[in-house]
Design a protein around this ligand. Structure first.
Ligand code: NI
Length: 271
């Protein structure tokens, strides 16, 4: 686990024994008001509800983002807002079980979440994201939120910052995925994310089975095109390589990297 105690990192309230202590849903409003006296940061897990190949869970991106967020919250003491489990997954709609928000809908949701938090004095919103398809829309939502905070003359407007932290793109996570899986990591329904779900939900092991080599990844032009090019939903990945013990490592690596990033984000006055 972490060599450096997160409690010693600048900008962080300090580690808590149990992630339940940082779940916003389990706190009262007076507790949140007191929290804001000493910390202006909050973590928002952002996922997606979409097909993850023939053996992966539909909820992979939300389950993984939430788990990383709660572990970062436990190590840092920073509050964790409820997970936004629906993301921008339009290109996965050719597969049953996928539930997608259009980009404009996700933008509006994230904008309203940030503005709600900002109204009460949260100045730093750290979005821990589990889905590449959310990235462009999340950045657009941040830009719009800054503009709205200023036009509404919110007191925090000059200090308001949002940061997107994609756990699966953290350096140590990507290096370890490369070591373990090489180019069989692929681009969607990757063994690294599936490994994390196996660690979190052991019942998912029952789905694991060898799969034929997938078609080569290429450009996607919509849900029907996706399913035609990638009939089983994977993009260049071999999720059968995933192991629950790998998932435990990915959780630790992602949390370590993101706690450092969060400390920098909360302690730098310029953001
Ligand atoms: Ni995913």
């Amino acid at each position: 686990m972490n060599a450096v105690s997160p409690a010693s990192l600048p900008g962080l309230p300090g580690a808590v024994a149990d992630a339940e202590a940082v779940r916003l849903q389990l706190r009262t409003w007076p507790e949140v008001e007191r929290y804001l006296d000493h910390c202006k940061g909050v973590i928002l897990p952002l996922g997606s509800t979409e097909q993850h190949g023939p053996t992966g869970a539909i909820g992979t991106d939300a389950l993984t983002a939430e788990a990383v967020a709660l572990e970062v919250g436990r190590r840092s003491g920073v509050l964790v807002a409820p997970t936004q489990a629906y993301g921008m997954a339009e290109h996965h709609l050719g597969f049953p079980g996928t539930i997608s928000l259009q980009p404009a809908t996700l933008l509006a949701v994230l904008h309203d979440v940030v503005l709600s938090l900002a109204r009460h004095g949260f100045e730093r919103v750290f979005v821990i994201n589990g889905h590449g398809g959310n990235i462009a829309t999340a950045r657009a939502a941040f830009a719009q939120a800054y503009g709205t905070a200023a036009t509404r003359n919110l007191p925090v407007a000059p200090e308001l910052r949002c940061r997107l932290a994609n756990w699966f793109m953290a350096g140590p996570v990507m290096r370890t995925a490369q070591e373990l899986y090489g180019d069989r990591e692929g681009h969607h329904a990757t063994p690294s994310e599936i490994a994390l779900t196996l660690h979190l939900e052991p019942s998912l092991e029952a789905h694991q089975r060898p799969l034929a080599d997938p078609p080569k990844p290429g450009p996607i032009h919509g849900p029907e095109d996706f399913r035609r090019r990638h009939p089983d939903g994977r993009m260049g990945s071999d999720p059968f390589l995933a192991r629950a013990e790998h998932g435990a490592r990915f959780l630790d690596l992602a949390a370590s990297a993101l706690v450092d990033d969060l400390s920098q984000f909360l302690s730098d006055p310029a953001g």
